[in-house]
Design a protein around this ligand. Sequence first.
Ligand code: MN
Length: 513
Amino acid sequence: MTKAFENNELWWVTGAQLLYGGDAVVKVDAHSKEMVEGLNASGAIPVKIVYKGTANSSKEVEDIMRAANDAPACVGVITWMHTFSPAKMWIKGLQTLQKPLLHFHTQYNAEIPWDSIDMDFMNLNQSAHGDIEFGHICARMRVPRKVVVGYWKDPEAQRRIAIWARVSAALADARQVRCLMFGMNMNNVAVTDGDRVEFEQRLGYHVDYCPVSSLMDYWKKVTPEETDALVEEYKQLYTIKIDETGPEVYWEKVRNAARAEIALRRILEANGATAFTTNFDDLGDADVNSPNFVGFDQIPGLACQRLMAEGYGFGAEGDWKTACLQRTLWVMSQGLPGGCSFLEDYTLNFAGEKSSCLQSHMLEVCPMIAIDKPKLEVHFLGIGIRKQPTARLVFTSKIGAGSKATLVDLGNRFRVIVQDVDCIQPKPMPKLPVASALWIPRPSFEIGACAWILAGGTHHSAFSYDITAEYWGDFAEITGIEFLHIGKDTTIHKFKRELRMNEVYYLLNKALQ
Ligand code: MN
């Protein structure tokens, strides 16, 4: 993977007009340059901002927007009206723009220079006026955008731009995502299925079925030397913990898990895929004891754990929506400290105010969220077609606040649901050797879980300590899909009203398109 966001740019366009003469535009230009350089130098915005000059006419605006559409590096456009920029000149450009838009309501100088302010100063520093006019045309044209208000040197304003920058870069990545499904959706499961055509049209992700036999072609070609080298890497990274299987079975299973990881990584690379799903009932030949057996001897849990940490989106049981969302979550959170993972709601713990929900999976939890060095263990796993001792990384999650996100298909639209949670310390679970997290949904277990169920949320989710609801709100705004946030202020009464209102809004919206 390349350095985070190094191939991405944000384009900054300053709105002006020629009414105030050429001298004014020269000053506008100089101020804009200084601001863009200042924002880049602040280190607060992870994507480089490129100043694209002032736009002084309808034609200039349209030309810039067309160029932004055509520039692969450009992942979004930031607009700011230094002076007054009559907004009819933005109509054609806004109709043209197909990239995310952020409208920054700011000003070159922080305070009014009380002693020296005159009419010239006021005419030049007119974003109070120009940005309002620009806001009107965006509202009238129903242009999706993020509005950030604040002084450009203010860390809070920069933080909000940075969030949108990460989302915009991740959505540019989403358009490049190819998700391979090794096997299909698990039989009869509704929530992990949906409309893959609409998914690509709306969000950009391309999802392909890939026969497990193709994966096995890669598996067959992995050499023992390659497998040994990867096992050596495991020894460096993880605590080796040999239990009931004894060393012989332990190392055999770890070696086979390493071989599966190499095969998976190779087929993903060969297909330009950055997300994938597995199905625990579809792992190659059915009978492991057949003389010419070709298949994984165990579910490739360890491989999924490690590939997730590398940035491959993962969804279990054919869950292509969560796989793609997990990829986007990883891209958005590059360079942030907390980590992210695919997780599944497993078991409830009723304990009054501390009632919580245990998150895990059969094995596939990303070690980025581990509280300490993961243990590499092998234990019997009685799920799916391979009831075998199986290698896996075992850990519990970091303690602290995070957010889980999911995307569901409601038939007429996609809905993103985000829930804030607090990860707490679990009691020891000596007989459950899998990676896990234990969390309390906000505002409380009862209200949080109730709202999630009312919204039709999944049992799988994409979880992060860094990526908050504001990111997912920007994600939904840019892509035009529904967004619901369950957090500290949620009440069931208000939440049900929002669900009913959204139902009407999206039905009407669809009818009007
Ligand atoms: Mn699952």
